[in-house]
Ligand binder design. Structure first.
Ligand SMILES: O=P(O)(O)O[C@H]1O[C@H](CO)[C@@H](O)[C@H]1O
Ligand code: HPA
Length: 392
């Protein structure tokens, strides 16, 4: 077969479908087989599944002993598929895991269960409410008492945060009597992660026992009535990435999570929105609390004036680069969703040369920091409501 070697040159196989050196790992379409580095169905191989049982060494043994010409073969998609459509390569289970973290679009149920077990066993807690902290809103996790903190890097198969204002920690503990877990750092499409991976932690939350998702974000205000520092309770969204044919639910559907075709009307829990409005009144911030429509674009660039005008015409009140795929994933597995945007900047909808009208992440972070007290209070009070209603 033909592939690219590590120098970028074309390398040709020995004619039976194997590249010389077998340096790429076993990768079959079967998940279990990927985990088992000794599994092989190659004709030349004496490993389990291999047809050449009389051969002295298996592919894996050859790999370990360095048999072959030592040249590293980097397969092309075409070369991988030459063996009757079966993708094969040699990888140890550790290598398979590392590659999955980097590349995997869809995490199998079992892997998500493993992550959830790691968290529930490691913390000794089963949270009921999951919170995703938006840019600069990591302080929402700092009000959690008796926290057990897991750095994303240390959670098996978890992606890592790469954006300023997203610390990359999972915090589990108690808030207003309820057991909660909070993500200090979410994953965005523009970081290079596929949408299914961006929202994979929502499924982890589900398998940890979470029933309520609180998703928060920093967003630009398109509705001219919104001021910087206002809070918009999300009652609907316009999924621009979905318009472009992208969804966190793409690929095979696992009915253990939810149906193939989930409905998204009534995604945002009305009871929780009404409670949050009441809480806003008791906090004396009712004039700064709105109910509106959020739209997620891919980012990382902020929007053009023409795009913002178009979004406004579509009925969008606030724009960001997150949340929607998390909400879709949460609704797919039947979680109750509450979400809000902190308006960190006003989006210009008229052309202007003024630099200070341009959105920038420093401003987003600064406004989030200024308004963290109000956001924390809103979240804490709503958690208290849910917890006390469940207890009564
Ligand atoms: O949505 P969160 O994560 O709050 O962050 C928002 O802020 C960043 C841009 O400043 C983008 O990542 C946008 O989505
Ligand atoms: O104006 C914005 N646009 C997109 N994402 C954002 N996140 C904060 N502000 C913005």
């Amino acid at each position: 077969m033909t592939g690219y070697n590590s120098n970028g040159e074309v390398a040709t196989s020995n004619g039976n479908g194997h590249s010389n050196g077998h340096s790429n790992g076993h990768k079959t379409a079967d998940y279990t087989a990927q985990e088992n580095a000794t599994m092989c169905s190659r004709d030349c191989c004496s490993g389990p599944g291999g047809s050449n049982k009389g051969a002295a060494t298996s592919c894996t043994e050859k790999k370990k002993s360095g048999i072959g010409n030592g040249e590293k073969i980097i397969p092309t998609p075409q070369s991988l598929l030459q063996n009757g459509g079966k993708i094969e390569c040699f990888l140890t289970p550790e290598e398979v895991r590392a590659i999955r973290v980097l590349n995997e679009d869809t995490y199998p149920y079992e892997v998500i269960q493993e992550i959830a077990d790691f968290i529930t066993k490691g913390s000794g807690m089963r949270p009921k409410i999951g919170i995703i902290c938006g840019s600069g809103l990591g302080s929402l996790a700092e009000i959690i008492q008796d926290p057990k903190i897991f750095e994303y890097e240390k959670i098996p198969n978890f992606p890592v945060s790469t954006v300023e204002g997203h610390a990359g920690k999972l915090v589990i503990g108690t808030l207003e009597g309820a057991t909660v877990m909070a993500m200090q750092g979410r994953f965005h499409f523009y970081e290079g992660y596929p949408l299914a991976k961006c929202s994979m932690p929502v499924r982890v939350m589900k398998l940890c026992g979470v029933e309520y998702l609180f998703a928060t974000n920093a967003a630009g205000g398109i509705n001219p009535r919104y001021a910087v520092g206002d809070i918009m309770l999300m009652h609907d969204h316009v999924n621009m990435l979905g318009f472009a044919g992208n969804s966190p639910l793409q690929g095979p559907n696992d009915p253990r999570f939810g149906p193939r075709f989930p409905a998204l009307v009534n995604s945002y829990n009305k009871e929780l929105i009404n409670k949050a409005i009441e809480i806003g009144k008791t906090m004396g911030i009712e004039s700064n609390v709105h109910v509106g429509v959020y739209s997620c674009l891919g980012g990382p660039n902020y929007e053009t004036i023409a795009e913002l005008k178009a979004l406004r015409m579509m009925g969008v009140d606030a724009v960001g680069m997150s949340t929607v795929h998390e909400v879709i994933t949460a609704r797919h597995c039947d979680m109750k969703v509450f979400a809000f945007s902190l308006i960190t900047n006003k989006c210009a909808t008229e052309y202007s040369d003024k630099k200070d009208e341009e959105a920038n992440h420093e401003e987003v972070m600064a406004v989030a920091k200024n308004r963290q007290k109000a956001c924390c209070e809103l979240v804490a009070r709503l958690v208290r409501e849910i917890h006390s209603n469940a207890a009564s």
